[in-house]
Design a protein around this ligand. Structure first.
Ligand code: NAP
Length: 464
Protein backbone atom coordinates (compact mmCIF):
# COMPACT_ATOMS: atom_id res chain seq x y z
CA UNK A 1 0.00 0.00 0.00
CA UNK A 2 1.37 3.41 -0.94
CA UNK A 3 1.85 6.13 1.62
CA UNK A 4 -1.22 7.91 3.03
CA UNK A 5 -1.46 11.33 1.39
CA UNK A 6 -0.20 10.09 -1.98
CA UNK A 7 -2.22 10.24 -5.18
CA UNK A 8 -3.20 6.56 -5.02
CA UNK A 9 -3.89 6.64 -1.27
CA UNK A 10 -5.17 10.11 -0.42
CA UNK A 11 -5.56 11.42 3.11
CA UNK A 12 -9.30 11.42 3.85
CA UNK A 13 -10.43 14.39 5.94
CA UNK A 14 -13.96 15.00 7.22
CA UNK A 15 -14.83 18.58 8.16
CA UNK A 16 -17.86 19.15 10.38
CA UNK A 17 -19.18 22.65 9.80
CA UNK A 18 -19.11 24.61 6.53
CA UNK A 19 -18.34 28.03 7.97
CA UNK A 20 -15.15 30.07 7.48
CA UNK A 21 -12.97 27.74 9.59
CA UNK A 22 -14.14 24.72 7.59
CA UNK A 23 -13.20 26.39 4.31
CA UNK A 24 -9.90 27.69 5.72
CA UNK A 25 -9.11 24.09 6.65
CA UNK A 26 -9.37 23.19 2.96
CA UNK A 27 -7.39 26.20 1.71
CA UNK A 28 -4.63 25.59 4.26
CA UNK A 29 -4.32 21.93 3.23
CA UNK A 30 -4.26 22.95 -0.44
CA UNK A 31 -1.05 24.89 0.25
CA UNK A 32 0.65 21.52 0.88
CA UNK A 33 1.10 20.78 -2.83
CA UNK A 34 2.79 17.42 -2.24
CA UNK A 35 -0.13 16.12 -0.20
CA UNK A 36 -3.21 14.48 -1.77
CA UNK A 37 -6.23 15.10 0.39
CA UNK A 38 -9.91 14.27 -0.11
CA UNK A 39 -12.22 16.62 1.78
CA UNK A 40 -15.78 15.77 2.75
CA UNK A 41 -17.40 18.80 4.35
CA UNK A 42 -20.62 18.35 6.34
CA UNK A 43 -23.13 20.92 7.50
CA UNK A 44 -26.45 20.54 9.26
CA UNK A 45 -27.91 23.20 6.94
CA UNK A 46 -28.31 22.67 3.18
CA UNK A 47 -26.29 25.88 2.66
CA UNK A 48 -22.56 26.45 3.25
CA UNK A 49 -20.66 29.46 4.70
CA UNK A 50 -21.94 29.36 8.31
CA UNK A 51 -22.00 32.78 9.94
CA UNK A 52 -20.98 34.48 6.69
CA UNK A 53 -24.49 33.64 5.49
CA UNK A 54 -26.41 33.63 8.78
CA UNK A 55 -24.42 35.95 11.08
CA UNK A 56 -22.66 38.69 9.11
CA UNK A 57 -25.03 41.65 8.89
CA UNK A 58 -27.09 41.80 5.70
CA UNK A 59 -26.10 45.45 5.19
CA UNK A 60 -22.42 44.43 5.26
CA UNK A 61 -22.28 42.66 1.92
CA UNK A 62 -18.59 43.44 1.48
CA UNK A 63 -17.80 41.19 4.46
CA UNK A 64 -19.55 38.37 2.62
CA UNK A 65 -17.22 38.57 -0.38
CA UNK A 66 -14.99 35.93 1.31
CA UNK A 67 -17.54 33.47 -0.07
CA UNK A 68 -15.76 33.75 -3.41
CA UNK A 69 -12.57 32.34 -1.91
CA UNK A 70 -14.57 29.54 -0.21
CA UNK A 71 -16.21 28.76 -3.52
CA UNK A 72 -12.77 28.45 -5.10
CA UNK A 73 -11.74 25.88 -2.49
CA UNK A 74 -15.00 24.03 -3.11
CA UNK A 75 -14.20 23.78 -6.81
CA UNK A 76 -11.08 21.71 -6.15
CA UNK A 77 -11.34 18.19 -7.55
CA UNK A 78 -11.26 16.37 -4.22
CA UNK A 79 -13.82 18.43 -2.37
CA UNK A 80 -17.33 17.24 -1.58
CA UNK A 81 -20.06 19.03 0.32
CA UNK A 82 -22.75 17.17 2.24
CA UNK A 83 -25.27 19.81 3.31
CA UNK A 84 -28.33 18.92 5.38
CA UNK A 85 -26.30 16.22 7.17
CA UNK A 86 -25.97 16.66 10.91
CA UNK A 87 -23.25 15.24 13.12
CA UNK A 88 -24.90 13.44 16.04
CA UNK A 89 -28.14 12.88 14.07
CA UNK A 90 -27.21 11.48 10.64
CA UNK A 91 -23.57 10.61 11.21
CA UNK A 92 -21.67 9.73 14.35
CA UNK A 93 -18.09 9.53 15.53
CA UNK A 94 -17.73 5.81 14.77
CA UNK A 95 -18.95 6.46 11.18
CA UNK A 96 -16.29 9.10 10.76
CA UNK A 97 -13.62 6.83 12.22
CA UNK A 98 -14.68 4.14 9.76
CA UNK A 99 -14.21 6.39 6.71
CA UNK A 100 -11.65 9.11 7.48
CA UNK A 101 -8.06 9.42 8.65
CA UNK A 102 -8.69 12.79 10.24
CA UNK A 103 -11.80 14.64 11.40
CA UNK A 104 -11.91 18.41 11.87
CA UNK A 105 -14.68 19.99 13.96
CA UNK A 106 -15.44 23.56 12.91
CA UNK A 107 -18.98 23.78 14.23
CA UNK A 108 -18.77 27.31 15.67
CA UNK A 109 -20.49 28.77 18.70
CA UNK A 110 -24.25 28.86 18.05
CA UNK A 111 -25.47 29.48 21.61
CA UNK A 112 -25.41 32.75 23.52
CA UNK A 113 -24.35 33.83 26.97
CA UNK A 114 -26.97 35.14 29.35
CA UNK A 115 -26.73 37.87 31.92
CA UNK A 116 -27.83 35.84 34.93
CA UNK A 117 -30.12 38.58 36.25
CA UNK A 118 -33.76 38.40 37.41
CA UNK A 119 -36.38 38.89 34.70
CA UNK A 120 -34.26 37.53 31.87
CA UNK A 121 -36.98 34.97 31.09
CA UNK A 122 -39.69 37.62 30.52
CA UNK A 123 -41.36 37.94 27.12
CA UNK A 124 -39.56 40.62 25.14
CA UNK A 125 -36.13 39.54 26.44
CA UNK A 126 -34.07 37.89 23.71
CA UNK A 127 -30.53 37.07 22.80
CA UNK A 128 -28.96 39.08 20.00
CA UNK A 129 -27.91 35.82 18.34
CA UNK A 130 -31.58 34.86 18.01
CA UNK A 131 -32.46 38.20 16.39
CA UNK A 132 -29.42 38.07 14.08
CA UNK A 133 -30.23 34.53 12.95
CA UNK A 134 -33.88 35.56 12.41
CA UNK A 135 -33.20 38.58 10.22
CA UNK A 136 -30.59 36.60 8.30
CA UNK A 137 -33.10 33.87 7.46
CA UNK A 138 -31.53 30.98 9.40
CA UNK A 139 -34.09 28.15 8.96
CA UNK A 140 -34.15 27.36 12.71
CA UNK A 141 -35.19 30.93 13.60
CA UNK A 142 -37.79 31.72 10.95
CA UNK A 143 -40.78 31.56 13.28
CA UNK A 144 -39.35 33.78 16.04
CA UNK A 145 -41.41 36.76 17.07
CA UNK A 146 -39.95 40.09 18.16
CA UNK A 147 -42.36 42.73 19.38
CA UNK A 148 -41.36 45.61 17.16
CA UNK A 149 -44.46 47.54 18.28
CA UNK A 150 -42.32 48.61 21.25
CA UNK A 151 -40.95 52.15 21.09
CA UNK A 152 -37.87 51.58 23.24
CA UNK A 153 -35.29 48.82 23.00
CA UNK A 154 -32.14 48.07 24.98
CA UNK A 155 -29.15 46.21 23.55
CA UNK A 156 -26.82 45.01 26.31
CA UNK A 157 -23.12 44.84 25.43
CA UNK A 158 -20.87 46.97 23.23
CA UNK A 159 -19.38 44.42 20.85
CA UNK A 160 -19.84 44.33 17.08
CA UNK A 161 -22.91 42.10 17.35
CA UNK A 162 -24.58 44.79 19.49
CA UNK A 163 -23.64 47.30 16.77
CA UNK A 164 -25.22 45.07 14.12
CA UNK A 165 -28.46 44.70 16.07
CA UNK A 166 -28.73 48.41 16.85
CA UNK A 167 -27.96 49.32 13.23
CA UNK A 168 -30.68 47.04 11.89
CA UNK A 169 -33.15 48.59 14.36
CA UNK A 170 -32.16 52.13 13.41
CA UNK A 171 -32.10 51.81 9.64
CA UNK A 172 -34.99 52.83 7.41
CA UNK A 173 -36.83 50.44 5.14
CA UNK A 174 -35.02 51.97 2.15
CA UNK A 175 -31.67 51.27 3.79
CA UNK A 176 -32.64 47.66 4.55
CA UNK A 177 -34.49 46.91 1.32
CA UNK A 178 -31.22 46.71 -0.65
CA UNK A 179 -29.83 43.93 1.58
CA UNK A 180 -30.28 40.17 1.54
CA UNK A 181 -32.17 40.20 4.85
CA UNK A 182 -34.96 37.60 4.99
CA UNK A 183 -38.16 38.91 3.43
CA UNK A 184 -40.25 38.32 6.57
CA UNK A 185 -37.75 40.36 8.62
CA UNK A 186 -37.77 43.15 6.07
CA UNK A 187 -41.57 43.31 6.32
CA UNK A 188 -41.58 43.19 10.13
CA UNK A 189 -38.94 45.92 10.36
CA UNK A 190 -40.81 48.09 7.87
CA UNK A 191 -43.68 48.19 10.38
CA UNK A 192 -41.38 48.69 13.37
CA UNK A 193 -42.48 51.35 15.88
CA UNK A 194 -39.06 51.47 17.50
CA UNK A 195 -37.99 55.05 18.25
CA UNK A 196 -35.36 54.77 20.98
CA UNK A 197 -32.50 52.31 20.92
CA UNK A 198 -30.12 52.15 23.89
CA UNK A 199 -26.78 50.38 23.69
CA UNK A 200 -25.47 49.61 27.16
CA UNK A 201 -21.77 49.19 27.95
CA UNK A 202 -20.62 48.21 31.43
CA UNK A 203 -17.18 49.80 31.07
CA UNK A 204 -16.06 53.01 29.34
CA UNK A 205 -15.57 53.98 25.67
CA UNK A 206 -11.87 53.02 25.81
CA UNK A 207 -12.81 49.41 26.72
CA UNK A 208 -15.59 48.97 24.14
CA UNK A 209 -15.33 45.79 22.08
CA UNK A 210 -16.69 47.33 18.86
CA UNK A 211 -14.28 48.32 16.09
CA UNK A 212 -13.90 51.79 14.49
CA UNK A 213 -15.73 51.16 11.18
CA UNK A 214 -18.74 49.82 13.11
CA UNK A 215 -18.96 52.75 15.57
CA UNK A 216 -18.43 55.21 12.69
CA UNK A 217 -21.53 53.83 10.95
CA UNK A 218 -23.64 54.70 13.99
CA UNK A 219 -23.26 58.36 13.06
CA UNK A 220 -24.41 57.89 9.47
CA UNK A 221 -28.05 56.78 9.63
CA UNK A 222 -30.53 58.24 7.20
CA UNK A 223 -33.21 58.76 9.84
CA UNK A 224 -31.68 58.15 13.28
CA UNK A 225 -29.62 60.50 15.42
CA UNK A 226 -26.91 59.24 17.73
CA UNK A 227 -25.99 60.55 21.15
CA UNK A 228 -23.78 59.67 24.11
CA UNK A 229 -24.31 61.25 27.55
CA UNK A 230 -21.38 63.63 27.97
CA UNK A 231 -20.46 62.33 31.42
CA UNK A 232 -20.18 58.78 30.10
CA UNK A 233 -18.00 59.75 27.13
CA UNK A 234 -15.38 61.28 29.43
CA UNK A 235 -12.50 58.98 30.17
CA UNK A 236 -11.38 58.13 33.70
CA UNK A 237 -7.69 58.86 34.44
CA UNK A 238 -6.54 55.22 34.08
CA UNK A 239 -8.23 54.77 30.68
CA UNK A 240 -6.94 58.14 29.49
CA UNK A 241 -3.41 57.18 30.53
CA UNK A 242 -3.65 53.79 28.81
CA UNK A 243 -4.91 55.47 25.65
CA UNK A 244 -2.22 58.11 25.85
CA UNK A 245 0.42 55.38 26.05
CA UNK A 246 -0.78 54.62 22.54
CA UNK A 247 -1.01 50.84 22.50
CA UNK A 248 -4.50 50.37 21.14
CA UNK A 249 -5.17 52.31 17.94
CA UNK A 250 -8.72 50.94 17.64
CA UNK A 251 -9.58 52.16 21.13
CA UNK A 252 -8.20 55.61 20.29
CA UNK A 253 -10.38 55.83 17.20
CA UNK A 254 -13.42 54.50 19.05
CA UNK A 255 -13.03 57.14 21.73
CA UNK A 256 -12.77 59.89 19.10
CA UNK A 257 -16.09 58.80 17.56
CA UNK A 258 -17.77 58.57 20.95
CA UNK A 259 -16.58 62.05 21.92
CA UNK A 260 -17.91 63.42 18.65
CA UNK A 261 -21.31 61.77 19.23
CA UNK A 262 -21.43 63.21 22.76
CA UNK A 263 -21.08 66.70 21.32
CA UNK A 264 -23.68 66.26 18.56
CA UNK A 265 -26.94 68.16 18.60
CA UNK A 266 -30.11 66.30 17.66
CA UNK A 267 -31.05 66.88 14.04
CA UNK A 268 -34.66 65.86 14.64
CA UNK A 269 -34.54 62.46 12.94
CA UNK A 270 -37.30 59.96 13.72
CA UNK A 271 -35.18 57.63 15.82
CA UNK A 272 -32.58 58.17 18.50
CA UNK A 273 -29.72 55.83 19.30
CA UNK A 274 -28.24 56.45 22.74
CA UNK A 275 -24.93 54.78 23.52
CA UNK A 276 -24.43 54.45 27.27
CA UNK A 277 -21.30 53.53 29.19
CA UNK A 278 -20.55 52.60 32.80
CA UNK A 279 -23.91 50.90 33.38
CA UNK A 280 -24.72 47.25 34.15
CA UNK A 281 -28.18 45.72 33.99
CA UNK A 282 -29.20 44.24 37.33
CA UNK A 283 -32.81 43.30 36.57
CA UNK A 284 -35.38 43.21 33.80
CA UNK A 285 -38.58 44.69 35.17
CA UNK A 286 -41.84 43.17 33.95
CA UNK A 287 -45.59 43.46 34.00
CA UNK A 288 -47.91 40.59 33.07
CA UNK A 289 -44.90 38.52 32.06
CA UNK A 290 -43.53 41.13 29.63
CA UNK A 291 -40.47 43.35 29.87
CA UNK A 292 -41.33 46.96 30.70
CA UNK A 293 -37.97 48.25 31.84
CA UNK A 294 -34.33 47.54 32.53
CA UNK A 295 -32.79 48.38 35.88
CA UNK A 296 -29.21 49.60 35.68
CA UNK A 297 -26.53 50.23 38.24
CA UNK A 298 -23.96 52.90 37.55
CA UNK A 299 -20.37 51.61 37.55
CA UNK A 300 -17.05 53.19 38.24
CA UNK A 301 -13.87 51.78 36.75
CA UNK A 302 -11.14 50.27 38.88
CA UNK A 303 -7.73 49.10 37.80
CA UNK A 304 -6.60 45.65 38.92
CA UNK A 305 -3.02 44.75 39.88
CA UNK A 306 -2.63 43.24 36.42
CA UNK A 307 -3.48 46.62 34.84
CA UNK A 308 -6.92 45.53 33.62
CA UNK A 309 -9.72 48.06 33.97
CA UNK A 310 -12.89 46.57 35.44
CA UNK A 311 -16.37 47.84 36.30
CA UNK A 312 -17.35 48.19 39.93
CA UNK A 313 -20.97 48.88 40.88
CA UNK A 314 -21.80 52.07 42.78
CA UNK A 315 -25.07 52.52 44.70
CA UNK A 316 -26.56 54.71 41.97
CA UNK A 317 -29.43 53.02 40.11
CA UNK A 318 -31.85 53.93 37.34
CA UNK A 319 -34.60 52.28 35.32
CA UNK A 320 -34.95 52.81 31.58
CA UNK A 321 -38.45 51.97 30.31
CA UNK A 322 -38.01 49.52 27.41
CA UNK A 323 -40.30 46.87 25.95
CA UNK A 324 -37.64 44.84 24.21
CA UNK A 325 -34.18 43.75 25.38
CA UNK A 326 -31.45 42.06 23.36
CA UNK A 327 -28.54 40.69 25.33
CA UNK A 328 -25.44 40.80 23.20
CA UNK A 329 -22.75 39.65 25.58
CA UNK A 330 -21.08 37.00 23.47
CA UNK A 331 -21.73 33.71 21.72
CA UNK A 332 -21.25 30.31 23.36
CA UNK A 333 -20.20 26.94 21.96
CA UNK A 334 -22.43 23.87 21.81
CA UNK A 335 -21.07 20.53 23.03
CA UNK A 336 -20.88 17.81 20.37
CA UNK A 337 -21.73 14.18 21.09
CA UNK A 338 -18.66 12.13 22.05
CA UNK A 339 -16.24 15.06 21.76
CA UNK A 340 -14.46 16.22 24.96
CA UNK A 341 -15.86 19.61 25.92
CA UNK A 342 -14.78 22.38 28.23
CA UNK A 343 -18.05 23.70 29.73
CA UNK A 344 -16.41 26.71 31.33
CA UNK A 345 -14.98 28.11 28.13
CA UNK A 346 -17.63 26.69 25.81
CA UNK A 347 -14.98 25.08 23.59
CA UNK A 348 -13.82 21.61 22.57
CA UNK A 349 -10.91 20.50 24.79
CA UNK A 350 -7.85 21.01 22.64
CA UNK A 351 -4.26 22.02 22.44
CA UNK A 352 -3.42 24.01 19.29
CA UNK A 353 -6.40 22.31 17.64
CA UNK A 354 -5.54 18.73 18.64
CA UNK A 355 -8.56 17.44 20.57
CA UNK A 356 -7.65 16.28 24.05
CA UNK A 357 -9.25 13.78 26.37
CA UNK A 358 -9.85 14.80 29.98
CA UNK A 359 -6.47 13.40 31.02
CA UNK A 360 -4.77 15.73 28.50
CA UNK A 361 -3.85 13.02 26.01
CA UNK A 362 -4.48 13.73 22.32
CA UNK A 363 -7.49 11.96 20.77
CA UNK A 364 -6.00 10.40 17.65
CA UNK A 365 -7.31 11.81 14.38
CA UNK A 366 -9.68 14.41 15.89
CA UNK A 367 -9.08 18.16 15.53
CA UNK A 368 -10.84 21.49 15.83
CA UNK A 369 -10.63 25.07 14.54
CA UNK A 370 -12.57 28.32 14.75
CA UNK A 371 -14.87 29.50 17.53
CA UNK A 372 -15.46 26.00 18.91
CA UNK A 373 -11.67 25.70 19.31
CA UNK A 374 -10.75 29.08 20.77
CA UNK A 375 -14.05 30.79 21.74
CA UNK A 376 -16.14 33.43 19.93
CA UNK A 377 -13.51 36.08 19.24
CA UNK A 378 -11.93 37.79 16.28
CA UNK A 379 -13.02 38.70 12.79
CA UNK A 380 -13.63 36.26 9.92
CA UNK A 381 -9.95 36.33 8.88
CA UNK A 382 -8.86 35.29 12.38
CA UNK A 383 -10.18 31.84 11.52
CA UNK A 384 -7.65 31.53 8.71
CA UNK A 385 -4.67 31.55 11.07
CA UNK A 386 -6.63 29.48 13.57
CA UNK A 387 -7.25 26.76 10.95
CA UNK A 388 -3.65 27.07 9.76
CA UNK A 389 -2.39 26.16 13.22
CA UNK A 390 -4.60 23.08 13.37
CA UNK A 391 -3.82 21.98 9.81
CA UNK A 392 -0.14 22.29 10.74
CA UNK A 393 -0.77 19.78 13.55
CA UNK A 394 -2.70 17.49 11.21
CA UNK A 395 0.15 17.43 8.68
CA UNK A 396 2.68 16.89 11.47
CA UNK A 397 0.64 14.00 12.92
CA UNK A 398 0.29 12.42 9.48
CA UNK A 399 4.09 12.50 9.08
CA UNK A 400 4.47 10.94 12.53
CA UNK A 401 1.93 8.21 11.74
CA UNK A 402 -0.40 9.50 14.47
CA UNK A 403 -3.62 9.12 12.51
CA UNK A 404 -6.82 7.17 12.63
CA UNK A 405 -6.75 4.06 10.43
CA UNK A 406 -10.25 3.80 8.88
CA UNK A 407 -11.69 0.40 7.93
CA UNK A 408 -13.02 1.82 4.66
CA UNK A 409 -11.20 4.93 3.48
CA UNK A 410 -12.89 4.92 0.07
CA UNK A 411 -14.92 7.92 -1.10
CA UNK A 412 -17.59 5.49 -2.32
CA UNK A 413 -17.92 3.95 1.16
CA UNK A 414 -18.61 7.35 2.70
CA UNK A 415 -21.02 8.25 -0.09
CA UNK A 416 -23.00 5.03 0.45
CA UNK A 417 -23.23 5.71 4.18
CA UNK A 418 -24.56 9.24 3.62
CA UNK A 419 -27.00 8.09 0.94
CA UNK A 420 -28.40 5.60 3.44
CA UNK A 421 -28.57 8.05 6.35
CA UNK A 422 -29.71 11.24 4.62
CA UNK A 423 -31.16 10.86 1.13
CA UNK A 424 -31.73 14.65 1.07
CA UNK A 425 -28.04 15.47 1.48
CA UNK A 426 -27.13 18.50 -0.63
CA UNK A 427 -24.00 18.40 -2.79
CA UNK A 428 -22.02 21.48 -3.78
CA UNK A 429 -23.46 21.59 -7.33
CA UNK A 430 -26.90 21.34 -5.74
CA UNK A 431 -26.11 24.24 -3.40
CA UNK A 432 -25.02 26.24 -6.46
CA UNK A 433 -28.50 25.69 -7.85
CA UNK A 434 -30.03 27.20 -4.68
CA UNK A 435 -27.50 30.02 -4.89
CA UNK A 436 -28.34 30.76 -8.54
CA UNK A 437 -32.05 30.85 -7.78
CA UNK A 438 -31.56 33.16 -4.78
CA UNK A 439 -29.35 35.57 -6.71
CA UNK A 440 -31.67 35.64 -9.70
CA UNK A 441 -34.63 36.43 -7.41
CA UNK A 442 -32.44 39.15 -5.86
CA UNK A 443 -31.48 40.65 -9.21
CA UNK A 444 -35.12 41.12 -10.08
CA UNK A 445 -35.59 43.05 -6.80
CA UNK A 446 -32.32 45.05 -6.89
CA UNK A 447 -30.94 43.01 -3.98
CA UNK A 448 -27.86 40.76 -3.62
CA UNK A 449 -30.14 37.73 -3.19
CA UNK A 450 -33.56 36.77 -1.88
CA UNK A 451 -32.91 33.91 0.52
CA UNK A 452 -34.78 30.67 0.88
CA UNK A 453 -35.40 30.08 4.56
CA UNK A 454 -37.24 26.77 4.49
CA UNK A 455 -35.19 23.58 4.33
CA UNK A 456 -37.81 21.56 2.39
CA UNK A 457 -37.99 24.33 -0.21
CA UNK A 458 -34.19 24.46 -0.48
CA UNK A 459 -34.05 20.69 -0.96
CA UNK A 460 -36.72 20.85 -3.62
CA UNK A 461 -34.84 23.60 -5.56
CA UNK A 462 -31.55 21.74 -5.15
CA UNK A 463 -32.94 18.45 -6.43
CA UNK A 464 -35.05 19.95 -9.24
P1 NAP B 1 -17.74 40.60 22.05
O1 NAP B 1 -16.96 41.34 21.04
O2 NAP B 1 -17.02 39.66 22.94
O3 NAP B 1 -18.51 41.69 22.95
C1 NAP B 1 -19.26 41.32 24.05
C2 NAP B 1 -19.69 42.57 24.82
O4 NAP B 1 -20.54 42.15 25.88
C3 NAP B 1 -18.54 43.34 25.45
O5 NAP B 1 -18.81 44.71 25.34
C4 NAP B 1 -18.61 42.89 26.92
O6 NAP B 1 -18.13 43.86 27.82
C5 NAP B 1 -20.09 42.76 27.08
N1 NAP B 1 -20.48 41.94 28.21
C6 NAP B 1 -20.09 40.68 28.51
N2 NAP B 1 -20.70 40.24 29.63
C7 NAP B 1 -21.48 41.27 30.05
C8 NAP B 1 -22.33 41.44 31.15
N3 NAP B 1 -22.55 40.47 32.04
N4 NAP B 1 -22.98 42.61 31.29
C9 NAP B 1 -22.80 43.61 30.41
N5 NAP B 1 -22.00 43.52 29.34
C10 NAP B 1 -21.34 42.35 29.16
O7 NAP B 1 -18.91 39.70 21.41
P2 NAP B 1 -19.84 39.88 20.14
O8 NAP B 1 -20.29 41.29 19.96
O9 NAP B 1 -20.84 38.81 20.28
O10 NAP B 1 -18.90 39.53 18.92
C11 NAP B 1 -18.28 38.23 18.79
C12 NAP B 1 -17.12 38.33 17.82
O11 NAP B 1 -17.63 38.52 16.48
C13 NAP B 1 -16.21 39.50 18.10
O12 NAP B 1 -14.88 39.12 17.88
C14 NAP B 1 -16.65 40.53 17.09
O13 NAP B 1 -15.67 41.49 16.75
C15 NAP B 1 -17.00 39.63 15.91
N6 NAP B 1 -17.94 40.34 15.01
C16 NAP B 1 -17.39 41.14 14.07
C17 NAP B 1 -18.20 41.87 13.25
C18 NAP B 1 -17.57 42.80 12.24
O14 NAP B 1 -16.39 42.68 11.99
N7 NAP B 1 -18.32 43.71 11.66
C19 NAP B 1 -19.59 41.80 13.37
C20 NAP B 1 -20.13 40.99 14.35
C21 NAP B 1 -19.27 40.24 15.18
P3 NAP B 1 -16.70 43.69 28.55
O15 NAP B 1 -15.70 44.05 27.51
O16 NAP B 1 -16.77 44.62 29.67
O17 NAP B 1 -16.59 42.25 28.97
Amino acid sequence: MSEIGSESNPLRVAIIGAGPSGFYTVSNFLKHKDLHVEFDMFDRLPTPYGLVRAGVAPDHQKDKSVQRAYDKSAQSANFRFYGNVEYGRDIHLDDLRRHYHQVMFTSGAPFDRNLGIPGEELAGSHSATEFVAWYNGHPDFVGRDFDLDQESVAVVGVGNVAMDVARILCKTHAELAVTDMADYALDALQNSKVKNVYILGRRGPAQAAFTPPEIKEMGEFEDADVTVPAGEATLDPASAAALEAGGDKNAQKNVTYIEEYASRESSGKSRLLTIRFLVSPTELIGEDGRVTGIKLVKNKLVQGDDGSIRPQATDEEEIIPVGLVFRSVGYLGRPLPEIPYDERNGTINNSAGRVQAEDGSAVTGIYTAGWIKRGPTGVIGTNKTCAQETVGCMVEDLAAGQINMPEDPSAEGAQQLIDARQPDAISYPEWLRIDAEETSRGEAAGRPRVKFTDIAEMVSIAKS
